[in-house]
Design a protein. Structure first.
Ligand code: IPM
Ligand code: MG
Length: 377
């Protein structure tokens, strides 16, 4: 049988990036054994690793590789304690990650949060509050708002007075396109889960911000085009509270950039660990393909780096999202998700999701977890 070939730029980055990336690649190799696909993976440095290799957080050769690839599989970048003399605009968070988001116009960030039944005890909420279960999707706008709005600057007003300015800007078009993504995702989720109706909860601060008012108007307008999806609006402070009180009420949360950053970490904590949270950052679709960057949302975790204890599941599930969104390999995506489920059901636990009270489970390292998932495939 002829295999389809996909070109992937694998940028492991810093901290736990390289060790979780290794497991992500291991699982992609297992996918090749099972499906008629081949991944042409090319590794390249980014972050402090890019700085060390080529003096830049995003070396030109790495950017060029991304441009000719079908998708980017990303690890993580940024080590807060490294070299404070490197100016903020050259540090990895801005110069590599935000730069890539901007460069490829990766405006749609999808973060699926799911509390696996076997891991219910890792959720900080008591069972009664977990309700029917936590299974939600944060759809975060990723190239607008406070992260990129101009002016963005710090001014010297006097000898002891400075003023920092970040600007929250959204255009109608930016809100429309991310809203479409959220409504389509909600429709798809209700179909695949057998629920009668999907739901979008649109998050804003319409009681204070001009941006919030526009956001609510535009989302309402787009929502009217999706009669099969229920729409509700929620103020961001209330949403932060509702996530703690009654997370099962949420299906798709539609957020502007910074609200989505904050609420997705909160939601991930509900699912037991940031080490379980994958993400897809998608660009504008061209034909049936969409370019994307796929990364675990948990960061570099320098305190546990290099010790074979990090949880590789977020990286592995990010690779699965790549197969689904950029390559249209839905079956392979589902196979990875169910392999993760099998490894969890079989009792494999990295330290972040391990509880000694759960006698049927066993603490394993990064590699062993990757091996178990690849074997389950
Ligand atoms: C995330 C991260 C980034 C963000 C940082 C590292 C710039 O927190 O992807 O959620 O704020 O977007
Ligand atoms: Mg974040």
């Amino acid at each position: 049988m002829i295999s389809r070939i996909f070109n992937v730029a694998a940028l492991a980055g810093d901290g736990i990036g390289p060790e979780v990336m290794r497991e992500g690649i291991k699982v992609l190799r297992a996918v090749e054994q099972k499906f008629p696909v081949r991944f042409n993976l090319t590794e390249a440095p980014v972050g402090w690793a890019g700085m060390d290799a080529a003096g830049k957080a995003l070396p030109d050769t790495t950017l060029a590789l991304c441009k000719k690839s079908d998708a980017i599989l990303f690890g993580s970048v940024g080590l807060p304690d490294r070299d404070p003399t490197v100016p903020k605009d050259e540090r990895p968070e801005r110069a590599a990650l935000l730069r890539l988001r901007r460069e490829f116009e990766l405006f749609a960030n999808l973060r699926p949060v799911r509390l696996w039944t076997e891991l219910a005890h890792t959720c900080p909420l008591i069972r009664e509050r977990q309700g029917a279960g936590i299974d939600l999707l944060v759809v975060r706008e990723l190239t607008g708002g406070l992260y990129f709005g101009k002016p963005k600057t710090t001014e010297q007003l006097g000898p002891h007075q400075r003023r920092a300015i970040d600007t929250m800007v959204y255009t109608t078009a930016e809100i429309e396109r991310i809203a479409h993504i959220a409504f389509r995702a909600a429709g798809g989720r209700s179909k695949s889960s057998g629920k009668s109706k999907g739901k979008v909860t649109s998050i804003d601060k319409a009681n204070v911000l001009e941006n919030g008012i526009l956001w609510r108007e535009v989302v309402t307008d787009i929502g009217s085009k999706y009669p099969d999806v229920e729409l509700e609006h929620m103020l961001v402070d209330n949403a932060a509270m509702q996530l703690m009180l009654k997370p099962a009420q949420f299906d798709v949360l539609l957020c502007e950039n910074m609200f989505g950053d904050i609420l997705s970490d909160e939601a991930a904590a509900l699912a037991g660990s940031l080490g379980m949270l994958p993400s897809a950052s998608l660009g504008v679709a061209g034909g049936d393909r969409v370019f994307g960057l796929y990364e675990p949302a948990g960061g570099t975790a320098p305190d546990i780096a290099g010790r074979d204890i990090a949880n590789p599941i977020a990286q592995i599930l990010s690779a699965a999202l790549m197969l689904q969104h950029s390559f249209g390999l839905n079956e392979a995506h589902d196979a990875i998700v169910s392999a993760v489920g099998k490894a969890i059901a079989a009792g494999y636990r990295t330290g972040d999701i391990f509880s000694p009270l759960d006698r049927s489970s066993r603490k394993v390292g990064t590699r062993e977890m990757g091996d178990a998932i690849a074997a389950a495939l």
